[in-house]
Design a protein. Structure first.
Lengths: 32, 93
């Protein structure tokens, strides 16, 4: 069964934001 | 111990457990890896218990409820204050 775990498997640190790339990626996940 | 430190320790231990688990899938008879795996799981369990007692449940299922229901409490993993600082990282955004 799918279980939500309230932590990350590996930590991330966002150094640079890129809204254009983010938009492309999110559409691939099935968003819009 | 601070939440950040506990979370960091747990992240390290859980990551080792994931990795050793994958290794064991292809090395079932590796005694040393199995013993290491078991000891990591034990240590991770202890840290997880301490964390959950102080800062609420980590899992949406099977975590203890404590004295009151804390699951919906912030912060969530996608929020900056949830995550611990990388050592050596002081770079500006």
């Amino acid at each position: 069964m799918w279980i939500y775990e309230k932590k990350l498997e590996y930590p991330i640190k966002i150094k640079k934001t890129n809204p254009r790339l983010a938009k492309v990626i999110i559409t691939q996940y099935g968003g819009r | 111990m601070e939440r950040d430190e506990l979370l960091k320790d747990l992240t390290i231990l859980d990551f080792m457990a994931v990795d050793l688990g994958l290794f064991l899938n292809t090395h079932e008879n590796d005694r040393e890896a199995l013993l290491t795996y078991n000891s990591i799981i034990e240590r991770a369990d202890r840290v997880r218990q301490t964390y959950e007692k102080m800062y609420g449940p980590l899992c949406s299922f099977r975590s203890y409820g404590g004295d009151y229901w804390r699951w919906p409490e912030e912060p969530w993993p996608w929020e900056e204050e949830f995550n611990f600082e990388f050592s050596g990282g002081g770079e500006e955004r």
